[in-house]
Design a protein. Structure first.
Length: 326
């Protein structure tokens, strides 16, 4: 089978399409999916550079965390999906290949209204966002949410999910143009942030802060986050694009009785991922079927153009998801 293969960790030039061994016949609750499209994520860029290794048991040189395709074979104990069904989901690696072996608990049936390319743009962003703001952050209707990097895949997914339950959403970005595009998805308050983040005063301009913050940036944003939160506010940390270290006032966290969560999806156990996937299937997929939310698919690249896809994603010009089509 063909796969996106990293010859050696480093630059884009180390990506190639290589013939690798086909998967073995599935056993137990395993399923083989013929991949039609696979989403590209910043985690793939980091793995290509050798900075984000795949968990044990997953290929180090074959990229891919999300996919959409058709079931072509199932193990003897599979009960949730059948051969010929269209499915999508997340995995800890190896999704950017023609065939993928995965446990049935990680799969969700694709709504008829979505193409394979649209479906491939959904799982990583929406499962991550849904788990972060609802399961971890316990966001409720009528509350307020601040999303950093709101124009990213996860940020835009969180924005749509929050607006679906009547939440007021603040969003930050370094790019004014991205914030303007986010307003089309319901963003209430747009905040441009430069190299020295200063957003707390804007967030608190109505006399109080926000109930939940989804932070995909980290670094210098941390002190401003604490200033921006209401009493008993919840801070969800899921990204560190601006650094992993910060100084902050512990007294503020105590006086406000804040809750600070750190979360990551890729390294979770199979059972934890199954739980997150099941909640996604129950609570999010019906919103796609009803047209309440939609995938934000920006670019579809042919498999052989994977280097161009990486180059574009690294440029930070993208708004929404980039997908590889098989």
């Amino acid at each position: 089978m063909k796969a996106v293969y990293v010859k050696e960790f480093g630059g884009i030039e180390n990506l190639e399409i290589r013939e690798v061994e086909n998967p073995e016949k599935p056993k137990g609750t395993e399923v083989i999916v013929e991949v039609a499209a696979a989403g590209l994520n910043r985690a793939d860029l980091l793995q290509r550079k050798g900075l984000y290794p795949a968990p044990k048991g997953y290929p180090q040189n074959i990229l891919g965390l999300e996919f959409a395709g058709e079931v072509i074979d199932v193990g003897e104990n599979v009960t949730k999906v059948a051969v010929g069904e269209r499915v999508f989901g997340i995995t800890a690696g190896g999704a950017q290949a023609e065939f993928l072996t995965i446990d049935e608990s990680q799969l969700v049936k694709i709504p008829d209204s979505l193409s394979f390319a649209q479906a491939a743009a959904i799982p990583e962003a929406f499962i991550t966002a849904h788990d972060a703001i609802f399961t971890q952050g316990n966001l409720q209707s009528g509350e307020t949410l601040l999303i950093h990097a709101v124009g990213s895949g996860v940020g835009l997914a969180a924005l749509q999910l929050a607006k679906a339950i009547n939440v007021k959403v603040f969003g930050t970005s370094r790019t004014f143009e991205k914030l303007e595009k986010c307003k089309e998805f319901g963003l209430d308050e747009a905040i441009v942030v430069d190299s020295e983040p200063d957003f707390a005063d804007v967030v608190k301009s109505n006399g109080k802060g926000v109930d939940v913050i989804l932070d995909l940036v980290g670094g210098k944003y941390f002190p401003e986050n604490l200033e921006s939160l209401n009493l008993k506010g919840r801070l969800i940390l899921i990204g560190l694009t601006s650094g992993a270290k910060s100084e902050f006032n512990l007294g503020l966290a105590l006086s406000k009785r804040l809750h600070i969560f750190g979360t990551v999806l890729r390294s979770r156990s199979l059972a934890e991922k199954a739980e997150a996937t099941a909640k996604f299937a129950e609570e999010v997929v019906p919103l796609f079927e009803a047209g309440v939310i939609r995938p934000n698919l920006e670019g579809v690249y042919k498999l052989e153009d994977v280097q161009k896809a990486h180059q574009y994603l690294e440029s930070n010009k993208s708004f929404g998801k980039v997908v590889l089509e098989f």
